[in-house]
Write a protein that binds this ligand. Sequence first.
Ligand code: G3I
Length: 391
Amino acid sequence: MLAFRRAGCAGLLSLTVLGSACGGDKSAPPGILDGNAGAGGEGGNAPREPCAKSPKNVADTTLAEAYAQHFKFGVALNGFTFFDDASARADLARTEFNRATAENAMKWSSLEPTEGEYDFEAADAFVEFAEANAMQIHGHVLLWHEQVPDWVFETDRAGLLGRLEQHMAALADRYAGRVAYWDVVNEAFEDDGSLRNTPWRQILGDDYIQEVFAMADRYFPDAKLVYNDFNMYQPGKRDRVLRMLDDFDEAGVRIDAIGMQAHYHLYFPAIETIEEALTAYGDAGIEVLVTELDVNVLPIPNRSNPADENFDPDPYVECLPESVDALVADRWGELLSLFVRHADDISSVTTWGLDDGLSWLNGDRTNYALLFDRDLEPKSNYVRVIEVADE
Ligand code: G3I
């Protein structure tokens, strides 16, 4: 079964992702968007062309060093890294990155799966790992509609506010002064700018976002407070976020930054579309964090022909063909060039995972979404990203 999890253009998220809704797709070659591209062919997964290999000519620097002149370079970590300090993954993370986000360890379902029974094991290990390696800590996430245990919502407005307050108090008590940025509210808007109809909205009412930031301001006075979302380039969502910033300003409620999740595809959205959004956020004077960068390279099912028998949802099981690897490197290069152009407004870029083997974009397929391969070797896109830092 494919892992289609959510509407939008972010990665393998939807069957409704093509066309202008994705923010101006580049011309994808025939095949990639209907699953007939790349390695595979007769006999299923036998590669038709050479497999991409980790390049030999890797510069003697790190992502953090190369980008120090522009912004911090971060990574989302999970237990495979922070629970095993002696592992190759831990070495890679501490060498290449100077900022860390907890991929799952600080979500409500990890911290308090059952009411009153806290489990800080993973969150503590994450924070200790980041601190031991001088990585700036990004807390993810205080309020989201996913990975929240059902019990949280089994109450009324006052009860839910009380639970949220207790949740923040517990985190503040443990991590005060240690977490530099908190994602306060995550994914509250639809692409058209309307409020997502989550249990939070249903129980707390339409004005909940400001109320929750005001609460976070009381508990985390020393941390920067972030609104984080995917598809932040979509005009409807972008304009809604800009209006939200004005409303906060008028009400005197603190919001310090926005997080652009940056779950992109090899062919969309167009760089110009992302740039329009970055320019608009820059003009609004808000600090921007590129919080969850990855590039989905897998084909998207053909919407106009969902029953297409030739569709191969998983064409790169064996390896990524060299030609696709080169396109992937170009895409990462374009993205990082864009971020460098807007470095005055962007304070960090964070990849959503350490290596291809750990990416959530694999689902039950074989994706190549990050900068290091399954053997933890740098990929062609890594080399390009390093080159772009000095352009
Ligand atoms: O930890 C449990 C384990 O105990 C259980 O046996 C197993 C069975 O499925 O599930 C494990 O939890 C999984 C968790 O990742 C840790 O691996 C969840 O099922 C799985 O749903 C969860 O996925 C995470 C997803 O958020 C949740 O929606 C991904 O790893 C994580 O990368 C992803 O990250 C989100 C950001 O938080 C917000 N922005 C979008 C981004 C991608 O969806």
